[in-house]
Design a protein around this ligand. Structure first.
Ligand code: TEU
Ligand code: CA
Length: 564
């Protein structure tokens, strides 16, 4: 397989949800100086890139995904000087930084929107998506992804504006070339500061179908997805962005692309397409869909998971680069969802890490995942902070008649706040996250699960991640090797091979909480890494993961990178 070498294909990315990472000044909110304090920890772990969730000025209706000024830092997070210091200190340690680029929408407090909603025509008049009402009601039946209608009436303009997310997150009008130029110039401004790339929020939603037809009713509203995802100009705008901005820098880009299909992903991230470096697809974290979409506490099916992972590995091979993740700030904790956060927490966290880090693509570690942090499992609605969770609670319980008890179970399983509790640094008060009162409660298990204890323990989840990252840096087969699935029909074991010239890895992961037989086990194969201390005998133990390495002596690895 011919794959061009790029630094971002060889990198491991660590996602920082800044608000919950580390508070440096006791106000209970994580901040930029908190990250600076922990750079040596990140260096110890060995990650190459930090993805910072939005740090820009924002009224925080959606924790920074509602930006009111793209060129200044959110007050709670610090100052531009703090940002410059963070960038400099990271670069000194060989760690790169990518920023979240949230340009499908802004905050309603952004100057552009404030001007756009004025009753008098002005240069910002067409910066957002405004439509007249229909018979005194919204222009169509679309529902927002954060509950309620996707249109809000504006008294000043006497028109409705579109917001796929909260009413405080109006969608920008990308069909207006001025909007695109504004975005590009803002991107250059950050890139010229020296940042190393962007994670692009819902970038597959920037182009909307012009007709704005009603959508198929799901629950209370019509589904906007078919008209707002991969809209008519999505690829044109990304190519333009690539030509005018991205291609001028040696950076990494990852598009967040909800609902992306394999076919579309090959376009967004295709090696020959000049759009993005890679995209996040969500099929493996959307295996469970209940009556109310994601609001369900059903457990995933291992066979389906295998099918989806295999589909993306095989389907992208040779065509486009994958991104690999179990979790992020929008998903529950990986070990709670895909592993076992009780008896086998350590084993299953390591198994999941092995499974993901040996695949082809760029791995993303979400803060705390390297500690095997678990879901928050909040007991009370008042513990929740997330706009999506709170709105969904009200819609399901108050309008759709779901019971309080059921909805609380769904929130415990799937709410975004599960992954937003503060990082557990030590066993001191507030897990060492803050000297003040944390903005969201600390998980009660911080006395047993915390970074300080795990640094000391050579068998900790943390030190296992450290080894996996180091292996990726040492072995080209982990980065560039071909992928091939094994044991396709096995209901519990996900196994695959990676091969590059003479090097071969056999990766075997048991997703079951019990012993299972496995024909791939060998007594004499060389073990590269495994999550149990002693060697597997004739069965795989609960959540056991083992990677065998075979290297033929005659092999001489080189990249057949002609034309790259
Ligand atoms: O997420 C987009 C997105 O698809 C989510 O709204 C997703 O549907 C939901 O979180 C899954 O439960 C991005 C950001 O990652 C998210 O944090 C923001 O809230 C959202 O965009 C709006 O900017
Ligand atoms: Ca703070």
């Amino acid at each position: 397989m011919n794959i061009c070498k790029n630094w971002w294909k060889e990198a491991v990315v660590y996602q920082i949800y800044v608000r919950s990472f580390k508070d440096s000044n006791g106000d209970g909110i994580g901040d930029l100086m908190g990250i600076v304090e922990k750079l040596d920890y990140l260096k110890y772990l060995g990650v190459d890139v930090l993805w910072l969730t939005p740090v820009y000025q924002s009224p925080n209706c959606d924790n920074g995904y509602d930006i009111s000024d793209y060129r200044s830092i959110m007050k709670e997070f610090g100052t531009m000087e703090d940002f410059d210091l963070l960038l400099e200190e990271s670069h000194k340690r060989g760690i790169k930084i990518i920023m979240d680029l949230v340009v499908n929408h802004t905050s309603d407090e952004h100057e552009w929107f404030v001007k756009s909603r004025s009753p008098e025509p002005n240069p910002y008049w067409n910066y957002y998506i405004w439509r007249d009402g229909r018979d005194g009601k919204a222009p169509n039946n679309w529902g927002s992804w954060f509950s309620g209608p996707a249109w809000t009436y504006d008294e000043n303009r006497k028109q409705y504006y579109l917001h796929i997310f909260a009413p405080k997150q109006p969608d920008l009008n990308w069909d207006n070339p001025q909007v695109r130029e504004e975005v590009y110039s803002m991107m250059r401004w950050w890139l010229d500061k020296g940042i190393d790339g962007f994670r692009m929020d819902v970038i597959d939603m920037i182009s909307k179908t012009e007709a704005f037809p009603d959508g198929e009713i799901h629950g209370l509203y019509g589904d906007l997805a078919p008209y707002c995802i991969h809209g008519p100009h999505a690829h044109d705008y990304l190519r333009e962005m690539n030509e005018k901005v991205l291609s001028c820098y040696d950076i990494m880009t990852v598009g967040e692309t909800p609902c992306v299909t394999l076919e579309e992903a090959r376009k967004y991230a295709g090696y020959d397409r000049h759009e993005l470096g890679m995209v996040f697809q969500f099929e493996h974290v959307e295996l469970v869909k209940g009556k109310y979409g994601k609001w369900s506490d059903e457990r995933f099916d291992v066979r389906k998971l295998k099918e989806v992972l295999d589909k993306w590995q095989t389907g992208m091979q040779g065509i486009a680069w994958n991104s690999l993740f179990w979790s992020n700030h929008d998903q529950p904790r990986a070990v709670s969802r895909f592993g076992d956060d009780g008896t086998y927490r350590v084993e299953s966290a390591k198994m999941l890490a092995t499974c993901l880090h040996m695949l082809q693509g760029t791995p993303y570690i979400y803060q705390g995942e390297e500690l095997g942090m678990t879901n928050a499992y909040f007991e009370n609605l008042s513990d929740y902070r997330d706009v999506e969770s709170l709105n969904a609670y009200h819609e399901l319980v108050e309008e759709l008649g779901e019971s309080h008890a059921d909805m609380m179970r769904y929130l415990k399983a799937i709410s975004r706040d599960n992954a937003r509790t503060p990082v557990q640094w030590n066993d001191g008060e507030n897990a060492g996250f803050t000297d003040g009162t944390p903005w969201i409660a600390v998980n009660r298990n911080y006395r047993t699960i915390n970074a300080e204890a795990q640094i000391r323990d050579e068998n900790s989840v943390l030190n296992y991640y450290k080894r996996l990252i180091a292996l990726r840096h040492e072995k080209p087969v982990i980065v560039y090797g071909d992928y091939h699935m094994l044991l396709k029909e096995d209901p519990d074991v996900f196994a695959y091979e990676r091969t590059l010239d003479g090097a071969k890895l056999t990766v075997i992961c048991n997703f079951a909480d019990h012993e299972v037989e496995c024909p791939l086990l060998s007594n004499d194969a060389e073990i590269l890494i495994s999550n149990y201390q002693d060697r597997a005998q004739n069965v795989l133990r609960p959540f056991e993961a083992v990677v065998y390495e075979t290297v033929s002596l005659s092999s001489c690895w080189h990249l057949r990178a002609a034309g790259c």
